[in-house]
Design a protein around this ligand. Structure first.
Ligand SMILES: [Zn+2]
Length: 274
């Protein structure tokens, strides 16, 4: 089967099978937390479909894949290292880990040593900014400092090129995209549910849409997503469209406030200095 779309999966935190979701101090909704066994089932499904988990760094070196997928993680939570990476590594798959550099070594987040390990075992670490602040309405100088500063420190500490960026909160603007490209980011990930050309990351630069893989997505829906089922995609896109419209109507700040209230989340912003 030749893919008509490059599915780009977006995970957040992976937790142990015994993790108590009712515990206090959550920083994101339960839907963003996937138990280890569910994640393992996802990875086995990717293997069953014989899909290639693509990275961003080896463009031009790999054969064109007829069944590509990109597996990304946002935020740099510790569960990415403890639970997700070992499952991926066992099946020789690649994960893309977007980290906010100001949160590295904070409680619950990966350390520099964790990131070095990921890099050593073939995973890719890219930027999710410094402070995890939304950047759509930020000034050019703030956008530039978030994108440039995070890229530089990751490259200096890990000794690898950082060419991928994921917008915190999925919040970006045309101006932000221009700055990202100018700073040398080549693969820019949004949280928009949009289809991507199967060979999108083979080009000199691209902006990728992603699908948020949540704990309330059943395994059947996950398979349909990977297989590129068009009605499944239409439904995912419709749901995202409604959410996007609400966000646009009431503003990002009000949307995050309502999100916190609805999910009972203590702090969803994860912003160090807003
Ligand atoms: Zn994030």
């Amino acid at each position: 089967m030749i893919a008509w779309n490059l599915p780009v999966l977006m995970y957040h935190d992976i937790v142990s099978n015994g993790f108590d979701l009712s515990c206090s101090g959550r920083e994101m909704s339960d839907a963003c937390l996937l138990r280890e066994d569910m994640f393992s089932r996802h990875v086995k499904e990717i293997a069953r479909l014989d899909m290639d988990t693509l990275g961003f760094r080896e463009v031009g070196l790999r054969r064109k894949s007829s069944s590509p997928v990109v597996v990304t993680f946002d935020d740099g939570m510790l569960g990415n290292y403890e639970f997700a990476a070992p499952v991926l590594a066992e099946l020789r798959m690649r994960g893309i880990f977007f980290v906010s550099t100001g949160l590295i070594d904070s409680p619950g987040y990966m350390s520099w040593s964790n990131l070095e390990d990921l890099t050593r075992c073939g995973m890719e670490v890219h930027s999710h900014g410094i402070s995890h602040r939304p950047l759509r309405s930020a000034s050019s100088s703030v956008i530039r400092s978030e994108l440039e500063g995070s890229k530089k420190i990751l490259e200096d500490r890990l000794g690898v090129g950082v060419c991928g960026f994921s917008w915190p909160h999925g919040s970006y603007s045309r101006r932000g995209l221009d700055i990202a490209l100018e700073l040398g980011y080549r693969v820019i990930c949004t949280s928009d549910v949009k289809t991507n050309a199967p060979d999108a990351i083979e080009g000199s630069s691209c902006v990728l849409g992603r699908v948020d893989v949540t704990s309330n997505m059943g395994l059947r829906d996950f398979s349909l997503l990977l297989e590129g089922d068009r009605s499944n995609w239409a439904s995912l896109r419709l749901r995202w469209g409604v959410k996007h419209l609400v966000k646009r109507c009431i503003g990002e700040r009000a949307y995050r406030f309502l999100y916190r209230r609805y999910y009972g989340v203590r702090r969803v912003d994860l912003v160090l200095d807003s």
